[in-house]
Design a binder for this molecule. Structure first.
Ligand code: UDP
Length: 249
């Protein structure tokens, strides 16, 4: 699963390998408010964002109810453990079968995959930041049969209480990026992608308007079984059953 934001889209436009990883993901959600806005411009309506932290929490709740163990990979020293404690405090039935900070470097791949397999986890939350976590998942998923993996960025830091989340009103106003910029000013450089993304979205919207062909292919569930499950659960909107617009898969 990939939670998509404008920075990742702009990077994928320069990096064919990353684009391929995103296109191959089974589930892609709109992490950034910019994605929801851009889709609206081209005629696809999503009810809202589904961020890494929201998805992680919703999936943790599901995993607790289903008895599926989870694994937390990445983040700074001690963070995954603190996030595991916070999650089990919130969901006492949740089994966090393991955690490891490791690193997104390929030299740590085999050890991380070994630990996840040995834990019996069905869900892996991978916190190496984008795009390292997406690339990690694409490289390692074949060695993790039966595991669903999700790149969660700074979600483990948030769960551990090391980074506060933006206030609810800022999230609702699509201003979480501004809050994160204020808390972590070094992020300014990656935000340079945002105006270019906005221009691109306007260009795409103009093209849609000229050709009258709405493009809803950016956010999708591409695996038919997952699409049917999501539709049955009432979490998907879209004519083809391919477009995803959900809260808490
Ligand atoms: N991280 C890591 N190893 C690395 C680079 C990053 O464990 O080599 C972790 C970092 O500690 C943080 C997460 O990856 O927990 C990235 O968070 P960030 O907020 O940058 O991700 P975003 O949400 O912006 O994708």
């Amino acid at each position: 699963m990939v939670t998509l934001n404008p920075e990742l889209v702009m990077r994928a436009r320069r990096d064919a390998g990353l684009a391929e990883v995103i296109l191959r993901a089974r589930v892609v959600t709109a992490d950034g408010a910019g994605i929801v806005w851009a889709l609206r411009l081209v005629g696809a309506r999503l009810p809202g964002r589904v961020t890494g932290i929201d998805l992680a929490e919703a999936l943790a709740e599901r995993a607790a109810a289903a008895g599926d163990p989870i694994f937390l990979l990445g983040a700074g020293p001690g963070v995954a453990r603190a996030a595991a404690l916070a999650l089990t405090r919130r969901h006492p039935a949740l089994r966090v079968a393991g955690w490891w900070d490791g690193s997104p470097q390929p030299r740590d791949d085999a050890e991380a995959a070994r630990r996840i397999r040995a834990s019996g986890a069905r869900l892996a939350l991978v916190a190496y930041g984008a795009p390292a976590q997406e690339l990690w998942i694409a490289r390692n998923l074949p060695a993790l049969p039966g595991v669903v993996a999700l790149g969660v960025g700074g979600a483990l830091d948030m769960l551990a209480g090391h980074i506060p989340r933006a206030p609810r009103w800022m999230r609702a106003a699509g201003l979480e990026w501004l809050y994160r910029l204020w808390r972590q000013p070094w992020r300014w450089r990656r935000m340079l992608a945002l105006p270019r993304f906005a221009l691109l979205a306007c260009g795409a919207a103009a093209l849609v308007w000229l050709t009258r062909r709405p493009d809803t292919g950016i956010l999708a569930i591409r695996d038919p079984a997952t699409a049917i499950q999501a539709r049955n659960a009432g979490v998907v909107a879209g004519e083809s059953g391919e477009t995803i617009a959900h809260r808490g898969v």
